[in-house]
Write a protein that binds this ligand. Structure first.
Ligand SMILES: Nc1nc2c(ncn2[C@@H]2O[C@H](COP(=O)(O)OP(=O)(O)O)[C@@H](O)[C@H]2O)c(=O)[nH]1
Ligand SMILES: [Mg+2]
Length: 315
C-alpha cells in the first residue's frame, strides 16, 4: 500500500522509529531519577532501623534500641524522615525513610496510630495542594509514602489487638507490607504456624494487603503476586554485621550457637522482601500509591470541596 501513486516505495511499511520511545523515556527518567518513600512502623527494639540498613546496605538510620540509659522513654510517636540518594549502574534513587519510633510502647496505646495515619494523609494533602495551584511545578516533589513496613513482634502466638486496629487503619491509606521481625527467635515450625495464624487473622478481620489484583496483570504478574501473597508476612532477620565468605561480604547474625546468613533463603525471607521492594515491585508500589491511595484521598477531598461550594452558593 502506498500513499504516493508515483512511488514504488511502500511508505507505511518503512521504519518510522517510534519504537525508540522506550529508550527516550528511559533517558529522561534516568536523568530525573526516582523517588521512593518507605515508612517503618513497629514497637521499639524490633529491628526496624537495622532492617532498613540491611535492605539498602548503608547506615541510613543510626540503629539504637530504647535500652540506652541516656534516652528518655518516648511518650508519643515521633516521626523522623531521612533522605539518602543511592546510585546503582547510573540509576539514581532518592530514598526517603520515615521512622516512627514510639509506636505501641505505652501501656495505653489508644490513638497512637493517629500521628502515623495523619502523616500519610498530610503528604497526600500537600501533593494535592501543589497539583491544584495555578502555576504548578512541572515535577512535584513526591513525599507520599509508597510502602509501609509493619513490624510484627515474633511472639509465636498471634497478632496483638492493637496490631489489628493499626493494620486496618494503615491498609486504607498506604501499601502495607507486614514482616515478622527478628524471626531468628522462632524455629522453622513456629514461624510457619505463626505465619498461618497471622494470615487467618488478616482474613478474619478483612484486612486486604498489597499487592492488589489489577486488570492490567498478565499471567506472569499474577503468578509472581500469588507467590508473594503466600509468603507475606516475610519472616526477616536484619544485621549490620558482615563476614567475608568466598571473598564477598555477607550479612550475618552471629551468636553462641552459630551463624545466620541473612541473605540465605534457607535461613530467613529477607532476600525475598528485598527483591519484592527493590527488584520486582518498586515501580508498582509507587504507581499503586498514586493510582489507588492518593486517588481515593483526592476524590474524597474534591467531593467535599464541591459539596461545601454548593452549600455556600445556596445561601
Ligand atoms: N535477634 C535479632 N536481633 C535483631 C534483629 N534485628 C535487629 N536486632 C537487634 O535488636 C536491637 C534493636 O534494633 P533496632 O534496629 O535499633 O530496633 P528499632 O528500635 O526497631 O529501630 C539491636 O540490638 C539489634 O542488633 C534480628 O533480626 N534478630
Ligand atoms: Mg530505630
Amino acid at each position: 500500500m502506498s500513499l504516493d501513486a508515483q512511488s514504488s516505495q511502500p511508505i507505511l511499511q518503512s521504519y518510522v522509529g517510534f519504537d525508540s520511545i522506550t529508550s527516550q523515556i528511559e533517558r529522561k527518567l534516568l536523568k530525573r531519577g526516582f523517588q521512593f518513600n518507605v515508612m517503618v512502623v513497629g514497637q521499639s527494639g524490633l529491628g526496624k532501623s537495622t532492617l532498613v540498613n540491611t535492605i539498602f546496605a548503608s547506615h541510613l538510620i543510626e540503629s539504637k534500641g530504647r535500652t540506652q540509659a541516656d534516652e528518655p522513654s518516648r511518650k508519643t510517636v515521633e516521626i523522623h524522615a531521612l533522605t539518602e540518594t543511592i546510585i546503582e549502574n547510573g540509576v539514581k534513587l532518592r530514598l526517603n525513610i520515615v521512622d516512627t519510633p514510639g509506636y505501641g510502647d505505652q501501656v495505653n496505646n489508644e490513638g497512637c496510630w493517629d500521628t502515623i495515619v495523619k502523616y500519610i494523609k498530610d503528604q497526600h494533602s500537600a501533593f494535592l495542594r501543589k497539583e491544584l495551584t495555578a502555576m504548578r511545578d512541572r515535577f512535584i516533589q513526591d513525599t507520599r509514602i509508597h510502602s509501609c513496613l509493619f513490624f510484627i513482634s515474633p511472639t509465636g502466638h498471634s497478632l496483638k489487638p492493637i496490631d489489628i486496629v493499626v493494620l486496618k487503619k494503615l491498609t486504607e491509606v498506604v501499601n502495607v507490607i507486614p514482616v515478622i521481625a527478628k524471626s531468628d527467635s522462632l524455629t522453622i515450625e513456629e514461624r510457619l504456624a505463626f505465619k498461618q495464624r497471622i494470615k487467618d487473622e488478616l482474613i478474619h478481620h478483612n484486612i486486604k494487603l498489597y499487592p492488589y489484583a489489577s486488570d492490567e496483570d498478565d499471567l506472569q504478574d499474577q503468578t509472581l503476586n500469588e507467590t508473594y501473597q503466600a509468603m507475606i508476612p516475610f519472616a526477616v532477620v536484619g544485621s549490620e554485621q558482615s563476614i567475608i565468605v568466598d571473598g564477598k561480604p555477607v550479612r550475618v547474625r552471629q551468636n553462641r550457637w552459630g551463624v545466620i546468613n541473612v541473605e540465605n533463603e534457607d535461613h530467613c525471607e529477607f532476600i525475598h522482601l528485598r527483591n519484592f521492594l527493590t527488584r520486582t515491585h518498586l515501580q508498582d508500589l509507587i504507581e499503586t500509591t498514586s493510582m489507588i491511595h492518593y486517588e481515593t484521598f483526592r476524590s474524597k477531598q474534591l467531593m467535599a470541596l464541591k459539596e461545601s461550594g454548593q452549600a455556600g452558593q445556596g445561601h
